[in-house]
Write a protein that binds this ligand. Structure first.
Ligand code: HEM
Length: 304
């Protein structure tokens, strides 16, 4: 399946662009119409090769080395991005240093510090200096994590700890920056051990997600105000999925929403609805496998 995205007019800043995953990410953003900033630790051939590949798609590209262990370099990277493109829509935090060491090796502490610095602290600093720009574009942050954040491995404790911290950092930032309109997600790379065979149907329990009080307080109360502009930025990504999400979401989402609004506007202009003795308060829902609908809906109707 090939999926195409349109990122025309957007600016994607990709760090760690000497690593394979960041390289593919940068090229895909370029192919999808975004202007791309590719940054790696060193100004070497690999960085230029990635930048040229992005340029070959017709994208505007800024190529800049920035050492993730030096905050001054990272600040220059963000400043240069702003003077060149004037905005940042997507920040891909992908600094990677992977140094294995057993806890008893004399070099352990040095390798631990290096790993934390390049993998974790650079990400924290980049996030902190990009928030003001991402807030203006209601942008998004993607943090590269790894299956190592959840699965332990001998001699990889520093890397595992860094990735585990990235996962929690991402969750904290999603709650902290969500109200500013900035979405924060991580990508957990590596073998999850979960294999979905071709043809297997995966069911997402939307009813349960939509009625989870952690996400929607007092979930059974009819409260359309939850979705008003003041409140909707507080909704966590992927907790409200009436039309699904991702490349196979409902193709008619906007049409269906518009249609529903028109129907409501049309009928409420002509009729007035009111509660009668048989009206169920609250409404009783039948919980079926794939649908949730009112058991019965008895209301009085007056022609206006
Ligand atoms: C309020 C009305 C509607 C709701 C709540 C709704 C919801 C959904 C959901 C949940 C999915 C699955 C998304 C996923 O798997 O991630 C879907 C898919 C789809 N919907 Fe709707 N839908 C609505 C109206 C419509 C209408 C009016 C049409 C056509 C005119 C339509 C066409 C489709 C199609 C073609 C898909 C499959 C897309 C794909 O697999 O690539 N839907 N819809």
């Amino acid at each position: 399946m090939s999926v195409s995205y349109d990122f025309s007019g957007k600016v994607a800043l990709v760090t760690g662009a000497n690593t394979r995953v960041a390289v593919s990410t940068a090229i895909l953003f370029a192919k999808s119409g975004a202007s791309v900033v590719v940054s790696g630790q060193y100004a070497d051939n690999r960085l230029t090769t990635v930048a040229n590949e992005c340029r070959s798609t017709g994208a505007q590209v800024l190529e800049m080395a920035a050492d993730p262990t030096r905050e001054a370099d990272l600040q220059k990277l963000v400043d240069k991005t702003m003077t060149t493109f004037g905005r940042i829509d997507i920040l891909v935090n992908c600094p990677v240093s992977h140094e294995n060491a057993s806890i008893t090796e004399p070099s352990f502490m040095a390798k631990y510090r290096e790993t934390m610095h390049t993998n974790l602290e650079a990400m924290l600093f980049m996030t902190s200096i990009c928030v003001e720009h991402l807030e203006k574009t209601r942008g998004t942050i993607i943090n590269m994590s790894s299956i190592r954040g959840a699965h332990a491995s001998p001699k990889e404790s520093a890397y595992c700890m860094a990735k585990s911290a990235i996962d929690m950092f991402t969750k904290c930032m999603a709650t902290e920056l969500g109200p500013k309109g900035i979405r924060v997600n991580n990508v957990m790379l590596g073998n999850t051990g979960v294999k979905i065979e071709k043809g297997v149907i995966v069911d997402i329990p939307i009813y349960a997600i939509h009625h989870d009080p952690d996400h929607f307080p007092d979930p059974f109360t009819f409260s359309p105000d939850r979705f008003m502009p003041d409140n909707r930025d507080h909704i966590q990504p992927y907790t409200y999925l009436p039309f699904g999400s991702g490349p196979r979401n409902c193709i008619a989402m906007r049409f269906a929403l518009l249609e529903a609004k028109l129907v409501l506007a049309e009928i409420s202009q002509k009729f007035r609805f009111f509660r009668v003795t048989d009206t169920d308060v609250p409404i009783v829902f039948t919980k079926e496998f794939s649908r949730c609908q009112a058991k019965r809906l008895v209301v009085g109707i007056h022609k206006r």
